[in-house]
Write a protein that binds this ligand. Structure first.
Ligand code: B12
Ligand code: SF4
Length: 322
């Protein structure tokens, strides 16, 4: 029992009851790994994601976001559903959409679940406390805190890998002023494996754990506005929104568990859809299909740009290989 009256184990049990697949607690500290963020920005690996560059100082320590912070409660949610991997699909006309975006927008779904957990904590706590909830929405290096909360280690593809769930997980956190019992950090279990570095179609993983966003298909198809550099078009293949290749080849995802959560089940518009069908959708139809989906980030216009590149790749397969 802490001074606040809520135990770490009670919070974890509640998190499980709400639907989270894992929960751990990290100290609210300026962990050593956070220092790499500034160097990553200095190397220009952030591309046009100006919001990252603007928040370099705040991201160096979670206490810059909440000065009274003592603990970071990190949750992980498995979003893997029962569909094959893009690396197993030989059809160049099949549109490849990143797994995380097939269902409902995780910001909304997980945000609501985190608020439920926080409301329960406030109800249980005999004293008031400060807290902030983030789901990919704040100036917080979620992977670093997840590793220190014992959720999983940061793999060579830079994703957090949970030892039994794999890396198909959303991360979210409650930063709070309660002095909760902390977990042991996860230990690196990648070993000598380099499959993700070798499989990346654009060689975006420039060193173990270091990703150059300006080459990453996920960045190019989701975050990048305007034109995508022509030199990268062929390698994009049929990826029209995001990319999962470096996770699909990861041995820790070879037998990844499936989630039965209705929130993550593929919406019909994106489920095994082909490029021609997508290209024939009107802007209104696309906008409707993007409603309530994490894919609305790319907007209909961005999606259309990506479909045009993928269609060209499908029509000229010899160039795709070149
Ligand atoms: C910007 C961003 C991106 C960028 C950059 C990704 C990247 N690898 O850096 C782009 C657009 C490319 C991207 C892509 C994807 N993303 Co993203 N993204 C983010 C975001 C908003 C910030 C990440 C960031 O700051 N990156 C910069 C790097 C430098 O910082 P970092 O990720 O914290 O990495 C730290 C550690 O790697 C640490 N470190 C630890 N050990 C070591 C060891 C060495 C040797 C080194 C050098 C460094 C190091 O250094 C860094 C901090 O200083 C986070 C949410 C968040 N607020 O954290 C989601 C997040 C990382 N993304 C997520 C997802 C799901 C994806 C995609 C799978 C989506 C898709 N399918 O298209 C891909 C995965 C691509 C990949 N291999 O990373 C999830 C990851 C879940 C997980 N299992 O790890 C997050 C956590 C969102 C969430 N809440 O669930 N993303
Ligand atoms: S998401 Fe795709 S393009 Fe980005 S690093 Fe992984 S394999 Fe490479």
């Amino acid at each position: 029992m802490t001074a606040s009256g809520i135990t770490a184990s009670a919070i974890k049990a509640k998190a499980r009851e709400i639907g989270f697949d894992a929960c751990g607690i990290a100290p609210a500290a300026a962990h050593r790994e956070l220092r790499f963020f500034r160097e990553w920005i200095d190397r220009g690996y952030d591309g046009e994601m100006a919001y990252l560059r603007r928040s370099v100082d705040r991201r160096a320590d979670v206490r810059h976001v909440l000065p009274s912070a003592r603990s970071v409660i990190v949750t992980a949610t498995n979003y893997n559903t029962d569909r094959g991997y893009s690396t197993e699909c030989a059809d160049p006309m099949r549109a490849q959409v990143a797994r995380y975006a097939w269902g409902d927008d995780y910001h909304d779904v997980i945000g609501a679940r985190m608020e439920t957990l926080l409301a329960w904590m406030r109800e249980r706590s005999p004293e008031t406390f400060d807290a902030r909830v983030y789901v990919d929405t704040g100036p917080v290096q979620e992977r670093v805190y997840a590793q220190h909360a014992g959720i999983g280690w940061i793999g060579k593809n830079s994703c957090v890998i949970h030892p039994t769930i794999g890396s198909w997980i959303f991360l979210a956190e409650i930063i709070c002023s309660l002095p909760l019992e902390i977990d042991a950090p996860s230990l690196d279990q990648c070993g000598t494996c380099t499959l993700c570095l070798e499989a990346c179609p654009t060689q975006a993983i420039v060193a173990p754990g270091v990703l150059d966003s300006t080459r990453c298909i996920s960045y190019l198809t989701i975050e990048k506005r305007g034109d995508i550099p022509e030199s990268l078009h062929a390698a994009i293949g049929s990826h029209v929104y995001g990319c999962d290749v470096c996770q699909e080849v990861c041995p820790w995802n070879a037998v990844a568990l499936h989630s039965g959560d209705p929130a993550w089940q593929p919406r019909s518009t994106w489920d095994r859809v082909d490029l021609l069908t997508l290209s024939r959708r009107t802007d209104d139809e696309l906008a409707e299909a993007l409603r309530g989906s994490a894919m609305r980030r790319a907007k209909a216009q961005g999606l259309r740009r990506n479909v045009v590149i993928a269609l060209r790749n499908a029509e000229a397969p010899e160039q795709r290989r070149g």
